[in-house]
Design a protein around this ligand. Structure first.
Ligand SMILES: C[C@@H](O)[C@H](N)C(=O)O
Ligand SMILES: C[C@@H](O)[C@H](N)C(=O)O
Lengths: 159, 159
């Protein structure tokens, strides 16, 4: 059933940041990510999903933990320039990702992944998925346990 | 510079849904995605990024446009069961994705992608990225224009 899944990968060296209530207008995402690119900050797991207020948005992403201070500083400057509300950071994160070539069109895969963590009372802080990868962000202290449970649930080797 | 980028892909056959203000507790993501999996609804682009209120979260994802009515019905039932606030849907979407094996560690790639759309005044409704793919969701009517601009900016062939 799960032959298309190749493994589980863990990354415990990142932190997560969100710039809150940015204007939802063309060019804003470019200014934010461009401002970080100028500082050679590598941005991963960019997420802009939903904001209940029309005209506003939140942009979330992860960076290497060592880049967090510079990231926050840069985002605070951008916040002031564009009139965003706040910059929020969470250092207590780890990415635990299920990786596979053929997960598209298999609704049970994501369900089983989330059930595996839910049954163990591991809270999922963030989620990002594509056809090739489903990433759950959990508290860093739970990453190894989460990876082991997923490995067992899907009968995998760790990548 | 951009040899690791293989192309731009467009998907105009999806709709986007968000279940708002779900309890941020273990097992909740499993119940939501599991409930849809039971109806054989294929869920793509799952995103759970940020919620300003501790203890709550939003989960957003895309489905085939033809699955939208069943998705909304299922989510409304789950909303009632778990005490979530609302189900929000947006049918006016298209995914425009930059695909490439080696985009990780290249901060300029995402910046250039967003600048290309921003300069054309194309609003980016949602963003999801991994090392292999950066997906921008735009209004469906702008998808072809967005893909062409990205194709030109990165000197690509469409996948
Ligand atoms: C909101 C939802 O993702 C919840 N945190 C869970 O772990 O299932
Ligand atoms: C919020 C931000 O993504 C904005 N919508 C943009 O297009 O740049």
């Amino acid at each position: 059933i799960y032959r298309s899944i190749s493994g589980v990968a863990t990354d415990k060296d990142q932190a997560c940041v969100t710039i809150m209530d940015v204007p939802d207008q063309p060019g804003i995402a470019a200014r934010i990510v461009g401002g970080l690119a100028k500082k050679a900050i590598v941005v991963d797991m960019i997420m802009q999903a939903f904001h209940p207020t029309a005209g506003l948005n939140n942009i979330t992403f992860t960076v290497a933990s060592t880049d967090l201070p510079q990231t926050i500083k840069t985002l605070e400057e951008l916040k002031t320039e564009m009139g965003a509300k706040a910059v929020h950071a969470d250092e207590d994160i780890a990415k635990v990702s299920l990786v596979g070539a053929g997960m598209a069109g298999q609704p049970d895969v994501a369900a089983r992944l989330f059930e595996t963590l839910g049954a163990a009372k591991i809270n999922i802080k963030m989620i990002s998925s594509s056809e090739m990868k489903i990433t759950c962000v959990v508290s860093r202290g739970q990453a190894d346990k989460a990876a082991k449970l997923i490995h067992d649930a899907f009968e995998l080797e760790k990548v």
